[in-house]
Design a protein around this ligand. Structure first.
Ligand code: HEM
Length: 383
């Protein structure tokens, strides 16, 4: 599914897949057209295409909403999840990163295990205000859910267009019960945390229900964790593969944010986004009927030579770098500033604390075998 990672270019920007009954969108301008037009291309995909999903609770899940409901919910959660709240996390992200490095007792370590996996989870838990001691519990749910996602079916038994994500639901329920306990507590005992801010957020007299707060908080764990893990691992992997660029970043730390952006383009952690056609459309010279499911390959669009010169080369000097790693349009990643901050802080600290950081190719890095994510799942480093 991730064939462009090996330099293979899709032959057309839009392709129908007989096996899954889905349309794949690979081209950059085509992806931008789809993501930028929510009236034509709906995000209400699970309910429309996953059998049984109409029974699920999507209340508070921004990713599945279309206007005007999307705008209403996004405005409300944005009142709580503010740029200031994210910026204020900088020193605690640095502290957590340094703490994780302090725990290392050897000069060889797996970057994913040691830092890239735990850091984003601790950051989200701290942001929401749930106790760090519960980290192992949450890790368990997240791991189980991810393992099950790896077994996503490409077609349901009835031959309908579908990709089942049903097995995630048990872990989701455990996570939701856990979060609800905390939401109930914050109603009685408000704290300085995101859960409390979400409960208190108000726009034109509207407020979030407990259920919406729970579903949104749980979305943060699923949307903001593994994606950020991938970002951190991938950035180190790419810099290691291009030693001249690693040297430049070491010398001039102002280049760190550019390295993060190029990593998001070159190895986009969330490989694709899904949409459904509301009407018959013409896209990239192809006619797509109404009520079809589209998989918009952000990772492939980010390597479209019509948009990026020499797209299979990792090059931190691309400015501007209008990659689609965080999507485009109304669903543009709400956690983008947080992911960028975590990437910048962690990379700076790694470069400061280790005069040398090399990927240990005797113990080859492994990519996560997931249809949804692109990135390394083990990254052995030598210092
Ligand atoms: C949405 C990628 C980190 C929260 C998205 C979307 C993408 C994305 C591609 C849009 C999908 C679509 O258009 O359907 C990433 C990547 C990350 C990252 C690559 C890390 C490198 C985070 C973090 C958080 C977060 C740290 C929060 C803690 C969200 C939320 C949405 C979202 C709430 C839904 C926005 C909406 O539908 O309006 N993310 N994300 N993400 N992301 Fe992220």
């Amino acid at each position: 599914r991730h064939r462009w990672l090996h330099g293979e270019r899709p032959s057309q920007p839009v392709e129908f897949d007989d096996e899954t009954g889905m349309w794949h969108i690979y081209g950059y301008p085509e992806a931008v057209s789809v993501l930028g037009d929510p009236a034509t291309y709906s995000s209400d995909v699970a309910r429309r295409f996953v059998p049984g999903a109409d029974q699920w609770d999507f209340d508070g899940n921004l990713t599945q909403l279309d206007p005007p409901e999307h705008k209403k919910l996004r405005t409300l959660v944005s009142r709580a999840f503010t740029p200031k709240m994210v910026a204020d996390l900088e020193s605690s992200i640095a502290k957590v990163t340094n703490g994780l490095i302090d725990e290392l007792d050897t000069d060889e370590f797996d970057l994913v295990d040691a830092i890239a996996y735990p850091l984003p989870m601790i950051v989200i838990a701290d942001l929401l205000g749930t106790p760090r001691e519960d980290r192992d519990l949450i890790k368990q749910w997240a791991d189980d859910s991810l393992a099950e996602r790896g077994q996503i079916k490409t077609k349901d038994e009835d031959g309908e267009q579908a990709r089942s994500i049903a097995s995630q639901r048990d872990d989701q329920r455990k996570m939701d019960d856990y979060l609800l306990e905390h939401v109930t507590d914050r109603r009685k005992n408000p704290k300085e945390d995101l859960l409390t801010s979400l409960i208190q957020a108000e726009v034109d007299g509207d407020r979030l229900t407990d259920n919406q707060v729970v579903n949104f908080a749980s979305l943060l764990f699923f949307a903001g964790h593994i994606t950020t893990t991938m970002l951190l691992g991938n950035t180190l992997l790419c810099l290691d593969a291009y030693p001249d660029q690693m040297a430049r970043v070491r010398e001039d730390r102002a280049l760190v944010p550019l390295a993060i952006e190029e990593s998001l383009r070159y190895l986009s952690p969330l490989a694709s986004a899904y949409r459904a056609t509301n009407v018959d459309v013409e896209l990239g010279g192809t006619r797509i009927p109404k009520d079809q499911m589209l998989e918009v390959w952000l990772a492939a669009a980010n390597r479209d030579p019509r948009q990026f010169t020499d797209p299979d080369t990792f090059d931190i000097s691309r400015t501007p770098n209008p990659h689609l790693g965080f999507s485009h349009g109304i669903h543009f990643c709400l956690g983008g500033p947080l992911a960028r901050l975590e990437g910048r802080v962690a990379l700076n600290i790694l470069l400061e604390r280790f005069a040398e950081l090399r990927v240990d190719h005797d113990r080859a890095p492994e990519f996560l075998t997931s249809p949804d994510f692109t990135g390394v799942w083990t990254l052995p480093l030598r210092t």
